[in-house]
Design a protein around this ligand. Structure first.
Ligand SMILES: [Zn+2]
Ligand SMILES: [Zn+2]
Length: 348
């Protein structure tokens, strides 16, 4: 089959034709319908996450070459192993890429996305930039029902990341708007997902004027430029004390802005990995009853919950840029250069 793989860090994906192995045990083979291209694919090609200040998180120990990328995958089941139950040929499913080792403390709690020895699809095992993808167990497949499998693919990473982060604020219904810092791809999805979760809406803080426009077009209640009057502007747009800030940028300055903006009992959830540090007086924690929490993708159970919610309320609306599988290298280059609006999905 045709697939797109990385063979070294510092390069891009390259086409390869590889032989399909027999489907055994509890494995399931899907014909890929769509595979979203994520910013972390760019980072995987580079071989590291840049944390700022010269610090990096390397992928070197986690990834063996050649590796087929693609962790936002939907597909149709075409073959099942002899031990497979509950999934049949013809089913159209979303692949939960966050597969853990099944043995560590995190996996024992169902938090396979936080596994210390992960087997993530498209990262630690071959993914969906291919005609077919193999999943080791049917419990990592989620039936899409009537949902569009192409538009649903980005739910696995970008959608789930915002869903899991927003859930960390507790119930959103009946509360004031949430402040979202950063209106890139994740920010636009966060606006839609917050609404799915019953929020009255989102107030966006974003440096770039064009992205502020995009946030307003996507339904943000307000879009504020970080500057001298930002704290007052945020409080005014929220209509009272700021109780929830979701930082999708994750820099020293955005985290500081968030902490300064939060009122008593406020909570900051950090998703972004831009890098940097904050200098925070420790008494701020008790005096503000402040909570700061990180969030990293989401668990398989959260992805099931997210898909169930989408089947009830519709998919979170976000612009799609559909391209053929052969456009994988160009899509990664465009993403790296900031030339992509919305989400690129590859269709083999
Ligand atoms: Zn991703
Ligand atoms: Zn584990």
């Amino acid at each position: 089959m045709r697939c797109y793989q990385i063979n070294e860090f510092g390069g891009s994906v390259e086409p390869a034709d590889i032989e399909l192995l027999p489907v055994t045990g509890s494995s399931v083979r899907l014909k890929v319908i769509a595979a979203g291209v994520c910013h972390s694919d760019v980072h995987i090609c580079e071989g590291h996450y840049d944390l700022g200040g010269g610090r990096k998180i390397s992928f070197a120990e986690r990834i063996k070459f050649p590796r087929t990328l693609g962790h936002e995958v939907s597909g149709e089941v075409v073959e099942v192993g002899p031990d497979v139950e509950g999934v049949a040929v013809g089913d159209v499913c979303l692949v939960c890429s966050w597969i853990g080792c099944g043995e560590c403390e995190q996996c024992a709690q169902g938090l396979e996305n936080l596994c210390v020895n992960p087997r993530f699809v498209g990262v630690n095992r071959d993914g969906g930039f291919a005609e077919f993808v193999d999943v080791p167990d049917p419990r990592y497949l989620i039936d899409l029902g009537q949902l569009d499998p192409i538009a649903a693919a980005p739910m696995v990473c970008s959608g789930l990341t915002t869903f899991s982060a927003l859930k960390k604020f507790g119930p959103l219904e009946g509360r004031r708007p949430i402040v979202v810092v950063g209106a890139g791809g994740l920010g636009l999805i966060a606006i839609a997902v917050a609404r799915m979760l019953g929020s009255v809406g989102v107030v966006v803080v974003e440096l770039d004027a064009a992205k502020r426009e995009a946030a307003l077009a996507a339904g943000a209640l307000a879009a504020i430029a970080p500057g001298e009057s930002a704290l007052e502007d945020i409080r005014q747009a929220v209509g009272g004390p700021v109780w929830a800030v979701l930082d999708l940028v994750g820099s020293g300055s955005t985290a500081k802005l968030a902490v300064d903006a939060l009122d008593k009992t406020g909570k900051l959830v950090v998703v972004g990995l831009f890098g940097g540090a904050i200098d925070l007086p420790v008494p701020t924690f008790p005096l503000k009853v402040l909570t700061i929490q990180g969030s990293y993708t989401g668990s398989p159970a959260e992805l099931r919950e997210f898909v169930a919610l989408a089947r009830e309320k519709g998919l979170p609306a976000a612009p799609l840029d559909k391209r053929p599988l052969s456009a994988a290298p160009a899509a990664l280059a465009d993403l790296k250069a900031g030339r992509v609006i919305g989400r690129v999905v590859l269709q083999p």
